[in-house]
Design a protein around this ligand. Structure first.
Ligand code: HEC
Ligand code: HEC
Ligand code: HEC
Ligand code: HEC
Ligand code: HEC
Length: 369
């Protein structure tokens, strides 16, 4: 290495240090400052190639619309926070493409001092800390309110061609965690739902469990209380609740496994209702808008070629839409078993119970939390 290179590297390091020093209060930071960009660069937040940040690149004009920019753009998020003379709590203008979730998204005076967040559907959750930054991007885009609005005035088993599937969206951890405090899951009339999952005092907020920069979970943090946890995948076997929700006699398997039994049984019930009551079978596929007419070529299998937008399911009834909404809600939060296991079980149970008014659902052994 020659001197010019060394000088350049030292200068670059000094610059990074100076920028971070100026923008971040460093008191108490035990790590060298370079560790933060390094850790952040391992996260999805820094992934310039992700569809989350490139989806709009080929649009004309290439901007991220107001409805999407809050969570898919640094500039949109700053706009939502109300920086640069924008209105706080909404996105005023479409945002430039080409950004990811850079440091400044979370390290600015508003993101660091906000204490409340208004969720889709209107619920305001107060008493928050820096996790409010995570929550505003991870709370989904629909709610009990929007599902009720879409289905209002339509008979519960009436097929309505104007109904379309309502996708709660992705990475919805905060929606699950807040439970009925935010009501982002579809909550049936007359049922009670748990509120925010408070877990244990030091492991409540997003950044108690997730590293704010890598976004990863450190399982060594969990092991002191959850004795089963030795390697990473053991988190899926954590079990504390002692009710036998699925009635199989096993109360030591992971709470995730109980949720999966409810989720699978709800899926069977959805298929049965579509087939027997709507008389238009449907299939669930891993691409937007997720529910499709099954089997256009009648070969007995849903083929990848059939999972197209043109082939999207269009025979929704309010009852089917609500159940499908909750099924997809739980699919879209792979951390639901930690974020709020009882809320997930309640949503799934109530959707099954509602479908069971019209079709046979194998849930006699099940217990609602
Ligand atoms: C998604 C939000 C987010 C992003 C993006 C982010 N940080 Fe942080 N950062 C936090 C939070 C929250 C903390 C508080 C400490 C914790 O709990 O980990 C923090 C803490 C820090 C600290 C420790 C000092 C302190 O105030 O506690 C430094 C230094 C830091 N970040 C630098 C950076 C740099 C540099 C980047 C960009 C490369 C970055 N951060 C990106 C959320 C973020
Ligand atoms: C401005 C919006 C925004 C903020 C703020 C934000 N996220 Fe994200 N988050 C996203 C997006 C968009 C993705 C998907 C990234 C991708 O596709 O690569 C994501 C992905 C994730 C993932 C999935 C794993 C990964 O790395 O891809 C986790 C976990 C996560 N975020 C946690 C957090 C936490 C914890 C915070 C707060 C410290 C936070 N997020 C703040 C928008 C945000
Ligand atoms: C409230 C925040 C929020 C808003 C608003 C939002 N998104 Fe997202 N979106 C996310 C998060 C968070 C993820 C990433 C989840 C993950 O990968 O863990 C995501 C992921 C995506 C993905 C990738 C999906 C996949 O299968 O990986 C697409 C495409 C997308 N969003 C499109 C949109 C569009 C289009 C809009 C506007 C109509 C929009 N989003 C509005 C938060 C939001
Ligand atoms: C008690 C610990 C805990 C808390 C609190 C917590 N999470 Fe999680 N989170 C997890 C675990 C465990 C997973 C599953 C990780 C896995 O499967 O690898 C997870 C998964 C996720 C995922 C999906 C990651 C992926 O790979 O798709 C996102 C996004 C996420 N959490 C964001 C958040 C946000 C935002 C908050 C705050 C509202 C939060 N989490 C609060 C433990 C927690
Ligand atoms: C200080 C002790 C403690 C730590 C640390 C801790 N937990 Fe917990 N956890 C508990 C307790 C106590 C419960 C039961 C809470 C309840 O049901 O109200 C629980 C419940 C859970 C559950 C739900 C289990 C069930 O059957 O309902 C999961 C999943 C979980 N924790 C995951 C984690 C993960 C992942 C971590 C590490 C990031 C972690 N916990 C760290 C004490 C802890």
């Amino acid at each position: 290495m020659n001197w010019a290179k060394i000088v350049l590297i030292v200068a670059a390091a000094a610059l990074v240090f100076a920028i971070v020093w100026a923008s971040v209060p460093l008191s108490g930071a035990a790590e060298p400052v370079q560790a933060f960009p390094e850790r952040w660069s391992q996260s999805g937040h820094a992934d310039t190639t992700s569809v989350s940040f490139t989806y709009w690149d080929d649009d004309d004009p290439p901007v991220i619309p107001v409805g999407c920019a809050q969570c898919h753009s640094l500039y949109g998020y700053l706009d939502y926070l109300g920086l640069n003379d924008r209105t706080p709590g909404q996105v005023d203008a479409p945002a430039h493409i080409g950004s990811v979730i850079y440091c400044y998204a979370c390290h600015n005076e508003v993101a660091q001092s906000r204490t409340s967040v208004v969720f889709p559907g209107g619920a305001e959750i107060t008493g928050l800390g820096w996790d409010s930054a995570c929550i505003s991007c991870h709370y989904g885009r629909a709610s009990t309110v929007s599902v009720n609005q879409a289905t209002e005035g339509i008979g519960v088993d009436e097929i309505n061609e104007d109904l379309t599937f309502i996708n709660v969206h992705y990475g919805i951890a905060a929606a699950t965690q807040m439970g009925s405090d935010a009501a982002i899951g579809y909550q049936y009339d007359g049922k009670d739902y748990v509120g925010r999952y408070l877990h244990v005092p030091d492991f409540v907020t997003c950044i108690d469990c997730h590293d704010a920069h890598t976004t990863a979970i450190t399982v060594n943090d969990c092991a002191p209380c959850h004795a089963n946890v030795v390697v990473y995948d053991d988190i899926y076997d954590i079990r504390e609740l002692t009710t036998d929700f699925d009635g199989d006699g096993n109360v030591t398997k992971g709470i995730l496994a109980e949720i999966q039994v409810f989720h699978d049984t709800l899926f069977e019930a959805i298929l049965a209702y579509a087939e027997e009551i709507v008389e238009v079978p449907l299939v669930y596929g891993d691409s937007f808008p997720y529910w499709f007419f099954v089997d256009e070529d009648a070969d007995g299998e849903p083929d990848p070629a059939e999972l197209t937008f043109a082939n999207r399911y269009r025979s929704w009834t309010p009852r089917l839409l609500r159940a499908a909404y909750n099924y997809h809600f739980v699919s879209q939060d792979p951390g639901a078993f930690t974020h709020n296991p009882q809320y997930a079980l309640q949503l799934l149970y109530d959707s099954m119970e509602d479908l069971a008014e019209r079709v046979t659902v194998d849930m006699e052994a099940f217990t609602r939390p």
